[in-house]
Write a new protein. Sequence first.
Length: 46
Amino acid sequence: MAYYRKYNVKSNAKGYSWSYTVQLGKDPKTGKRVQVTRRGFEKKRS
């Protein structure tokens, strides 16, 4: 499952950028969730 998030930035004219987070499942050794987040996209979807 993935979700998108808008966050505020001062470095561009719009004043915001987009990030997404993807859940990759559980770590078999620890049992904790594994997530990856990437930031800095101009549009929600390309």
